[in-house]
Write a protein that binds this ligand. Structure first.
Ligand code: G6P
Length: 604
């Protein structure tokens, strides 16, 4: 989620790494920093954007540098929390992308051993662990430190005690090495180095590399790895999009990772429970809550609606969902057992914030589910959970929705286990959450089929989306996404409501997308599909793998893998996101920036 750029060679390192950092800025990072070695280290950190910096660094010379641009996950947006992080003696410097799951435990141990911490970040423990093991050889110390770390990392480390090198390591967080002549770069993203070199090596999980001016070596578990140098043939614009044509597609392709990032370190499999650090301080208050208001706008509102079903099914809590712009002008009936949860990717949506402030005014416990650390919502709610979905650039929200659903599922387990949910049920849900990213990857593997369906249906100008129960809000999300990015008229309805109006519009010119996984409302959905077919309407069905009978009724079928009913929205939304994307692509729309829309709506 953060950006890393490092350089070692014979040139001045700083201009090269700063140019790389600037190229990563399109993602909207919140702070940055760098460290250059030249005898003494030169460390600099700042909040904001590197492009807005007016300091002159011409005097900062040195051939080894690491730099970082941060998207906050653990710890607020402050200068202290910006990278690089250092050890007690300020001799070892680390930039890190990822999450150290066991950082609290490691930090307590290190404090016990006399280490002094300067930031709230998980990354700082890595610097102190390396310090603990350092005895002259940096890679040896990094190897020992990494043995103690649980979680994900893309790392670059330098040290004044072993100054001619950068040690880099990767575990589930992208990292590439740029290969030049007597110079090497490290970056989390090719776009950072593409103007400097197109020769790259992709590091694999578990690999540690040592970069020196004279050459590099890569190791995995003490054995040297033989790696291929690849040539990047993308242009800079494509590189920013990870090789995809649009950010929207890149972000949809990240949806499995979004689930992984949301659940990382938060599931307690053996207890069938979850731990959500951000709710710790309100844990006792939450025990007394029996009514939860769920408020959001746009896609976040639909996540709230799925959350309402989850909470009443599994946490015995009455949920009530509303959109921010309506809720803020209502007179909600609340009491001391009511809490309100606000869901927002940006944490800055004006209507959601206004609704939140209204609830605070009434003395109601306010919680937040937010992606952006340190956003207004995150700061002003009493407690909350970050979705950790990473920067979302496309205006239409896709991966953030999946992150919100994964977080709501964890919240449901948390509140459920405080109440009647058995350990067996809790275990079933958390173990399925672990499976979910791979199931999501299976769907993405079939994206060509969805592309073909979009091609087949591109001439239609009206679509209906139907679903029931958990998939009713997903039908609304599918319709919203389609109209938002392809400008094709689409509406979402609960399956049971078709006969109360929409059927009047169904004919051969208005196809219906029916979300009908094999769940508790499957038979009812089939009845709805038959209603559509009886009016000559075309049907694209989203069904569970193995359901062959559906092919006899629907015109086209998109399959999703089987999962728990409560978790199906995390899978069924993915093909709908893809469908909207491919429809917009085939119609030649401005996909990442649809007309008249904004990513974050900070006005009423
Ligand atoms: C805008 C975006 C939507 C998003 C909504 C809520 O309308 O275009 O994609 O769902 O705002 O944004 P939030 O940041 O509060 O989730």
């Amino acid at each position: 989620m953060c950006g890393i750029v490092g350089y070692v060679g014979s040139k001045d390192a700083l201009p090269i790494v700063l140019a790389g950092l600037k190229r990563l800025e399109y993602r909207g990072y919140d702070s940055y920093g760098f460290c250059v070695l030249n005898g003494k280290p030169f460390l600099f950190k700042q909040i904001g954007k590197i492009s807005e910096n007016s300091d002159n660094f011409d005097h900062v010379k040195g051939n080894v540098a690491i730099s970082h641009t941060r998207w906050a996950t653990t710890g607020e947006v402050t200068k202290e929390n910006a990278h690089p992080h250092s050890d007690c003696k300020e001799e070892i410097f680390v930039v890190h992308n990822g999450i150290v799951e066991n950082y609290k435990e490691l930090k307590n141990n290190l404090i016990g051993e006399g280490h002094v911490f300067k930031s709230e970040t998980d990354t700082e423990v890595i610097a102190h662990l390396i310090e603990k093991y350092f005895s002259g050889n940096l890679e040896e110390a990094v190897k020992k430190a990494l043995k103690e770390i649980r979680g994900t990392y893309g790392l670059a480390v330098i040290s004044t005690g072993d100054p001619e090198k950068i040690v880099v390591a990767r575990m589930s967080s992208p990292l590439i090495i740029g290969v030049g002549v007597d110079e090497f770069l490290v970056a989390s993203d090719p776009s950072a180095i593409i103007t400097h070199t197109r020769q790259i090596i992709n590091l694999d999980d578990g690999e540690i590399a040592v970069l020196k001016k004279a050459g590099f070596s890569i190791f995995k578990e003490e054995k040297e790895s033989q790696k291929q140098i690849e040539t990047i043939d993308w242009d800079i614009e494509q590189a920013e999009k990870g090789g995809y044509d649009h950010f929207m597609l890149k972000e949809i392709m990240e949806e499995p990772n979004t689930i992984e990032d949301a659940i990382r370190g938060r599931l307690i499999l053996e207890d069938g429970n979850v731990k959500l650090g951000g709710l710790f301080q309100v844990e006792e208050k939450l025990r007394g809550i029996n009514n939860l208001l769920l408020i959001g706008c746009g896609t976040a509102h639909y996540a709230c609606a799925v959350g309402e079903y989850m909470l009443e099914d599994y946490a015995s809590i009455a949920g009530e969902t509303d959109i921010g712009s309506e809720f803020r002008y209502r007179k909600p009936i609340v009491n001391k057992n009511t809490a309100a949860i606000f869901v927002s990717q940006s944490g800055e949506t004006a209507d959601t914030l206004a609704a939140m402030r209204e609830m605070k005014e009434k003395g109601i416990l306010t919680l937040g589910i937010t992606n952006v650390v340190g956003s207004s919502q995150a700061r002003e709610t009493d407690a909350g959970v970050y979705t950790r979905s990473g920067p979302e650039i496309a205006v239409a929200s896709t991966k953030a929705f999946i992150g919100q659903l994964a977080t709501l599922a964890m919240l449901t387990v948390y509140l459920g286990r405080q109440r009647e949910m058995s350990v067996v049920t809790g275990k079933r849900i958390v173990s399925e959450l672990v499976n979910l990213p791979n199931l999501a990857r299976e769907i993405l593997g079939h994206r060509e089929e969805i592309k073909n369906i979009a091609e087949k249906y591109k001439k239609y100008r009206d679509f209906w989306f139907i679903g029931r129960k958990y998939n009713y809000p997903v039908a609304l999300e599918g319709a919203l996404k389609l109209k938002e990015v392809s400008y094709v008229h689409a509406e979402g309805t609960a399956g049971g409501e078709l006969k109360h109006g929409p059927l009047a519009l169904i004919d051969e010119n208005c196809p219906t997308i029916a979300i009908c996984p094999s769940d508790s409302v499957y038979e009812k959905m089939i009845a709805n599909i038959e209603e559509v077919k009886a009016r000559k309407g075309k049907v694209i069905a989203l069904a569970t793998e193995g359901n062959e009978e559906i092919k006899n009724i629907a015109d086209d079928v998109i399959y999703i893998p089987k999962t728990l009913e409560m978790l199906t929205p995390l899978l069924s939304a993915i093909p709908l996101h893809l469908f909207a994307y491919y429809m917009a692509a085939v119609l030649g729309r401005n996909i990442d920036k649809p007309k008249n829309l904004a990513k974050s709506v900070t006005v009423e």
